[in-house]
Design a protein around this ligand. Structure first.
Ligand SMILES: [Zn+2]
Length: 335
């Protein structure tokens, strides 16, 4: 295999590493499928992988999350193998190892090392502060915030601003928080760790995702289901509590509530008022542009592939990496 054929990204979004591994989408040419984490754009063709791949690799936490987000039955039929961070398996003459990625619970980076010691790494989605940088010969890197204007100068203030705005809202009644699965649980953990002692009212799916997070060591506070008598009463009587809903439920809430939306697409300030008692908090589970560049700097690859299947700024990121490090960098798949 030449360097350029050792790793690529297919039109269906599969990140191919070496001879054996396809990450985050099904590919018929690779016997091993890796699911880097339980977000939908990384589970492409999962059912086909469960049926046709020799093995489907993921962390235990990702398996548990898929169990509640999709269904347990979905994973029951396939040959799923769970690995811990740092654990390797061999396949023919390649070693496959998963390493932690700070993103959502269970997220992993993937390293494939061939018999010559050539290392191919896929970062998956990651936030650099909780992610070990892996040395790589070929590095496949996510490109969600791959443009230089994606810069969060305020990242350190986000948690304290989140706690402050929630405390302010609670003085008048319930606070509603909207976000994606994984992100909601991170907010729960931030608020619980900060010592806020109020009940978290949640719909069923958020409850099950949160319980998986709790099982894997996160502090998600005290949960109560929104469709129980007690949960309904708390919301209807404007009690002091925090209600957590998936972003897709936002349109179904009534007006005049104290609402906080959690979003990664905010670069001006940690907290932004968008209406009367309506706020956006800039809590991201991805690296910004400068953190992506920092990963490349430390990883010292000979070639970089930016993930243009999932990130709109992959071309820009590839150009910036080439300019800064004078190494080949390409956005794939080709458009
Ligand atoms: Zn993700």
């Amino acid at each position: 295999m030449t360097t350029l054929t050792k790793a690529t990204i297919t039109k269906r979004g599969a990140i191919l590493l070496g001879k054996s591994v396809a990450c985050d989408a099904f590919d018929p040419s690779k016997p091993l499928r890796v699911v880097t984490h339980a977000h939908a754009d990384h589970m492409n063709g999962l059912r086909q992988s469960l049926r046709d791949s020799e093995r489907v690799l993921m962390t235990k936490a990702t398996k548990d999350l898929i169990g509640v987000l999709e269904s347990d039955r979905c994973l029951a039929d396939g040959n799923v193998q769970t690995l811990d961070y740092g654990e390797s398996i061999g396949y023919e003459d390649e070693q496959i190892t998963l390493f932690r990625a700070g993103h959502i619970l269970g997220a992993t980076q993937v390293q494939v090392e061939d018999a010559e010691g050539f290392r191919m790494v896929n970062t998956g989605d990651f936030r650099i502060e909780d992610t070990p940088v892996l040395p790589a010969d070929i590095l496949v890197i996510e490109a969600t915030y791959g443009s230089p204007w994606c810069k969060r100068a305020f990242a350190k203030e986000v948690k304290s601003q989140l706690v402050s705005i929630v405390e302010k809202g609670l003085k008048a009644g319930p606070v509603y928080v909207f976000g994606y699965h994984g992100k909601l649980q991170e907010v729960m953990q931030i608020l619980s760790t900060a010592g806020l002692e109020v009940l978290f009212v949640v719909p069923e799916r958020v409850f099950h995702v949160s319980k998986v997070c709790e099982k894997h060591g996160m502090n998600v506070g005290s949960l109560i289901l929104s469709d129980t008598k007690e949960g309904r009463e708390m919301l209807e009587t404007d009690s002091t509590c925090i209600a957590f809903y998936h972003s897709s439920s936002r349109s179904r809430t009534r007006e005049g509530l104290f609402q906080i939306t959690v979003s990664g697409w905010e670069f001006n300030s940690a907290l932004h008022e968008i209406g009367d008692n309506e706020y956006v908090i800039a809590l991201s589970d991805h690296s910004d542009f400068y953190e992506l560049i920092e990963y490349v700097r430390q990883s010292k690859p000979k070639l970089v592939i930016t993930d243009g299947f999932r990130g709109a700024h992959a071309q820009t990121l590839a150009k910036e990496i080439h300019k800064r490090f004078e190494i080949p960098a390409v956005a794939l798949p080709e458009r």
